[in-house]
Design a protein around this ligand. Structure first.
Ligand code: SF4
Length: 551
């Protein structure tokens, strides 16, 4: 079913057409675009911008780009304009979008399930060196992001990516974004179930399909059959989490309506168990509910979490069953709590086939094209053709035989990629920040890398798992609300009354074990400069005063 405004199937006859504008839900007949984003999506499908990029914009250059394509539809192909260098964070909210726009783009490569071959990684690294001034960041959604991309080079980049089976299709925009998957799917000794076939089928059915390319906003998804709960399932619009059903065996528990940013929400369980082969149907049903019933009036209320908050999980499941699946789902159990607090798979671990996987940590996901190419070469030289990105800005080399672990580890360490990192390097993530992001208020990547180095020097004995997540603005790209220490970038006054970069502090957030959001400590802000002192004080006090087993 495809209830698009132009589709003969919309609205469905069983649905009442209302004369009120309401929340802009298509399913109740509200097809009139109620904001600029809805208008440009109605005017032309975001997927169609590709043809214009290939035939017009890449030839005529940046100035030829239609503004609705530039700041709207190009996202459907993973392209955002990046921030003009040298504009400070105080101007972010003041300037018009066109004043912030550079002529260069960020380009996001979607890596569903975080799965890469060494050949694919080599191509990603080569593109970075040739077209992106060597930039490449591992994101916390298993993607790899370039900067400094010129519109003229985009068709050639697509050609090279697609030649090795990669794409940027719907990597951004109001679309089904990358599908997170357990980075150790199919290989982990303790796996409950391998979700990879479902990821492949959803990719085939949904990604790039015009029936699902005009959603109210982004749609984030995650599938993992790992007991480590390694894909941040709690904060996705839909997530499938591996469970063992007492009668039916291994399958997935369905979660919907998670999301961070403003009004953060932990997803809710529908209480339903689904077998692997039915995961794509449930995904299709839920994304269809979002498309048809999702709120399109206000961008700030357009994520699935707002619909779920109004309906509740019970009604959501009923509508899914009655209107989309036309059958009842089987009740099922909740996932078990994970045994380990680290969910990143860093370190050396045995696979179920007797070989090993080796997870390693750059600083705050920052790598570069040359390093990615070397990682690909290292993996291949050690007999591995498979790598994975993680949802914690880390990477993993799979299928390493025992006799090659030491040599691979030494090669990674020589690239400053730690297989046994400090808890600080392991647990610190940072978003893109002011270097490239137009919404940013403060710098994040360099700040995060410096913080790691400082903490390693100052408290080398600290051995507790810790997460420190750094955002450059009030959005939540680095998941600040779910970190032990979450840092939200903002401008503030220092002791001398000067306006400087700093952070609002959130403490005590978590995923997995006791998932919940950190508390904003009223009035607690710290300048960027003082960040290492502040974190050192918090951790020192924690070490001194913690009780047995206290996190
Ligand atoms: Fe940009 Fe803000 Fe997201 Fe960071 S959190 S990448 S600054 S939008």
């Amino acid at each position: 079913m495809a209830a698009t405004p132009d589709s003969p199937s919309a609205p469905s006859p069983r649905r009442k057409v209302s004369r009120h504008r309401g929340e802009g839900q298509w399913a109740v007949g509200h097809f009139t675009p109620l904001n600029g984003n809805e208008q440009f999506k109605k005017d032309d499908d975001g997927l169609n911008v590709r043809a214009r990029i290939e035939t017009i914009y890449s030839k005529a250059g940046f100035d030829s780009i239609d503004p609705n394509d530039l700041r709207g539809r190009m996202r459907w192909w993973g392209l955002y304009t990046q921030r003009k260098p040298g504009i400070d964070g105080g101007k972010t909210a003041v300037l018009e979008p066109e004043e912030l726009d550079d002529e260069y783009f960020m380009l996001r490569v979607r890596i569903d399930g975080g799965r890469l071959t060494s050949g694919q990684l080599r191509v990603i690294g080569e593109i970075s060196q040739e077209f992106a001034r060597g930039t490449a960041d591992l994101t916390d959604r298993q993607n790899i992001q370039y900067h400094w991309i010129r519109i003229e080079d985009v068709p050639e980049i697509w050609r090279r990516l697609e030649e090795v089976g990669l794409s940027t299709t719907e990597a951004c925009g109001d679309t089904p974004r990358v599908i997170l998957g357990s980075p150790v799917a199919g290989i982990a000794e303790d796996e409950i179930i391998d979700g990879s076939p479902a990821i492949d089928e959803i990719q085939r059915r949904i990604i790039g399909n015009p029936d699902f390319s005009n959603l109210p906003r982004k749609f984030k998804s995650a599938i993992s059959g790992s007991p480590s709960l390694d894909v941040a399932h709690e904060i996705n619009d839909i997530a499938f989490v591996g469970v063992n059903h007492p009668e039916h065996g291994p399958g997935f528990d369905v979660w919907v309506g998670g999301g961070l940013s403003t009004n953060p929400k932990i997803g809710q369980r529908l209480g339903a168990w689904v077998p692997l082969e039915e995961v794509p149907d449930i995904y299709t049903g839920v994304i269809s509910i979002f498309r048809d019933y999702g709120y399109r009036r206000l961008r700030t209320r357009a994520r699935l979490k707002f619909l779920l908050a109004d309906w509740g999980a019970e009604k959501f499941r009923r509508i899914l069953e009655d209107e989309y699946l036309e059958r009842k789902l089987i009740d099922g159990p909740a996932p078990e709590q994970p045994v380990h607090r680290w969910r990143d798979h860093v370190g050396v671990h045995r696979q179920k086939d007797g070989r090993f996987y080796v997870g390693f940590a750059p600083r705050v996901g920052r790598v570069d094209g040359a390093t990615l190419t070397k990682i690909a070469e290292l993996a291949a030289a050690h007999g591995s053709d498979r790598l994975r990105t993680t949802a914690e800005q880390k990477m993993i080399v799979l299928d390493v035989t025992e006799d090659r672990i030491a040599s691979l580890t030494a090669g990674l360490e020589a690239l400053d990629l730690r297989v046994e990192p400090s808890p600080f390097r392991r647990g610190t993530m940072a978003c893109t920040g002011i270097e490239f992001c137009k919404l940013a208020i403060v710098e994040t990547k360099l700040r995060g890398a410096t913080l790691i180095d400082e903490l390693e020097r100052r408290i080398p004995e600290f051995d507790e798992p810790i997460t420190i997540n750094i955002n450059g603005c009030p959005n939540a790209c680095a998941r600040i609300q779910t970190a032990d220490i979450g840092l939200k970038g903002q401008l503030m006054l220092d002791r001398d009354g000067n306006q400087v970069e700093g952070f609002q502090v959130h403490l005590g957030g978590a995923l997995g074990l006791e998932a919940g959001f950190g508390r904003k400590v009223r009035g607690l802000k710290v300048t960027s400069e003082e960040l290492p002192d502040y974190v050192e004080r918090v951790l020192g006090r924690f070490q001194k005063e913690r009780e047995d087993g206290e996190r």
